[in-house]
Design a protein around this ligand. Structure first.
Ligand SMILES: [Zn+2]
Ligand SMILES: [Zn+2]
Length: 347
């Protein structure tokens, strides 16, 4: 495919889309039914449907019988870890292999013209981004994901959480299934904003941000504390009346769903003239500029809090203006502090 029909490439080889990132029409005012129906297929296809289907497949073929899950032990949690690790290896590995190892679509639709493995960097374990990202994914990422999964399934199996059957509550559970991405967005925005506070950023979130030029394996490359907060999104299903399948969908949305946002390409080519939108640009800009786009555009939280960057020159100008104002504020506060201490020292 000719990516220059959809965007432009600068001298460094970085590709940017022509169209700014659009906010989902779900919470946009005034509400437009036409925009909503035009957007709806993108809400389901292909990613959300894929993660919902994987949750159903897990429930049908992977998750142990309820009697087994009533007791916590090593057997079934280790088995679930093995399945999650294998699924991650295959799913993440497929993107990595095609786009970053075999480079099947070269740099077409690639935001950053360079491939991460080309440079060594002291910020990473063994100075290798990929190795660091892979180790963090399997050591703490899949482990904490599985631990949350085990805890929630165990709670459902023992009746500690309200378990509704699809046959008895189809409308409520269908609404909750539709809300899974909205819950994720809300939860992710809140924890993401929290871990961008100076102390937590330094000790926790900087690990994820070491990947300024993210690749598929960067998706779950996080500090264990961030993994816990990130996968904690599943615990909403212990409070809301829900069903274990929806809890699994919530987890898969977080685990497998982290991939599209970090794939580094705007479109993933499928065959000669078809491509799937990754919807990754907003989060790519977050990795590039750090203090924009704490969420993804499903709920316009960034717009409401003034941190939205849609990739347009106006978005860039708004961000630079915000940085300038903050710098001026900090300089004024420092000058005021210096003046006060100066006055105290020379009364
Ligand atoms: Zn990220
Ligand atoms: Zn961040």
């Amino acid at each position: 495919m000719d990516d220059l029909q959809f965007g432009k490439r600068n001298k460094r080889g970085d590709w940017t889309p022509n169209e700014p990132v659009a906010l989902a029409p779900l919470f946009r005012l005034p509400f437009s039914l036409r925009a909503f129906f035009a957007w709806l297929p993108h809400y389901f296809l292909p990613w959300n449907l894929l993660f919902a289907a994987s949750a159903v497949a897990y429930w049908a073929w992977i998750i142990p019988p309820v009697e087994t899950m009533r007791t916590l032990g090593w057997g079934w949690p280790l088995y679930l870890y093995a399945v999650n690790a294998l699924a991650t290896f295959l799913f993440y590995g497929a993107f990595e292999l095609n786009l970053y190892v075999l480079k099947r679509q070269d740099r077409r639709f690639k935001y950053n013209g360079r491939f991460p493995a080309e440079q060594k960097n002291k910020a990473f374990w063994f100075e290798r981004q990929n190795l660091d990202n892979i180790l963090r994914t399997f050591l703490s990422g899949v482990t904490i994901w599985t631990a949350c999964e085990v805890l929630v399934l165990w709670a459902f199996a023992n009746g500690y959480a309200p378990w509704l059957a699809f046959a008895d509550h189809p409308v409520w559970l269908a609404c909750l299934a539709l809300a899974v991405p909205v819950i994720h967005e809300f939860h992710f925005f809140c924890i993401h904003r929290l871990i961008h506070t100076p102390f937590l950023y330094r000790w926790v979130h900087s690990v994820h941000h070491n990947s300024v030029n993210p690749s598929p394996w960067s998706s779950l490359s996080m500090h264990p504390v961030e993994h816990l907060l990130y996968f904690g999104t599943v615990f909403y299903h212990l409070i809301l009346p829900s069903n274990p399948v929806l809890a699994l969908y919530q987890l898969h949305y977080a685990s497998f769903g982290a991939i599209p946002g970090h794939v580094g390409f705007d479109k993933v080519e499928v065959g000669e003239d078809h491509a799937i939108d990754s919807h990754a640009y907003a989060h790519y800009l977050h990795h590039k500029y750090f203090e924009v786009n704490y969420g993804d555009a499903l709920i316009p939280l960034d717009k409401w809090f003034g941190t939205w960057h849609d990739g347009s020159p106006e978005g860039e100008a708004r961000m630079n203006d915000r940085y300038r104002r903050r710098k001026a504020r900090l300089a004024a506060a420092a000058a005021e502090k210096a003046r006060r201490t100066g006055t105290a020292a020379n009364p």
